[in-house]
Design a protein around this ligand. Structure first.
Ligand SMILES: [Zn+2]
Ligand SMILES: [Zn+2]
Length: 184
């Protein structure tokens, strides 16, 4: 079993879940310090190779007027390439992550997470307002995810407990957290 845990940890750290497989992915490090849970971290690039783009989604302030933290976005989240204009989907919390996977097992769809609808808006740098970013995403697996090893038919890779995303502003270099979904 310990071998299996070790092998699985290595696989989860080195394999992206399906939601971001539309991108060219480069393994990287988080731009912030975070906890020690098992995670994979990826820098996104459009399939044309370009890493700079706009992040499309839904401002949390529009959906939760009592939220008074720094701007962050709800999903579905997309990336619009600055070179070829193609939009590639990053994540939809109704389809991706731990609770959505559990819902699929139970024959449903959706999650407990708020989610945006309608036209999306580009995220603006919290420091300078510019809209082009190089984006890093991370999928975090809590120790409880390893309980799934007792049910090998389940795709453990898709049962990530947290999703993190950060944009490094192309104009000023400041890093903004793009999302704050909490536990998925
Ligand atoms: Zn492109
Ligand atoms: Zn900026």
């Amino acid at each position: 079993m310990d071998d299996l845990v070790e092998l699985t940890t290595e696989r989860l750290r080195t394999t992206p879940p399906t939601c971001v497989r539309g991108f060219r992915l480069t393994p990287t490090e988080l731009p912030v310090t975070y906890d020690d849970d098992c995670k994979s971290v990826w820098r996104l690039a459009c399939d044309c190779g370009e890493e700079r783009g706009r992040v499309l989604g839904y401002p949390l302030h529009d959906y939760n007027p009592t939220y008074d933290g720094p701007e962050c976005y709800l999903s579905p989240l997309g990336f619009e390439c600055s070179c070829c204009g193609k939009v590639t989907e990053i994540i939809d919390t109704d389809i991706h992550g731990y609770h959505s996977e559990v819902a699929k097992i139970e024959g449903g769809i959706g999650s407990v997470k708020s989610r945006g609808e309608g036209p999306r808006r580009p995220f603006s740098c919290l420091a300078c307002g510019a809209q082009l970013f190089v984006v890093t995403v991370s999928f975090v697996y809590w120790p409880a995810a390893f309980d799934l090893l007792e049910e090998p038919e389940l795709p453990i890779l898709e049962f990530f407990n947290e999703f993190l995303s950060y944009g490094r502003c192309v104009a000023c270099g400041e890093v903004s957290a793009l999302t704050n979904f909490g536990k998925l």
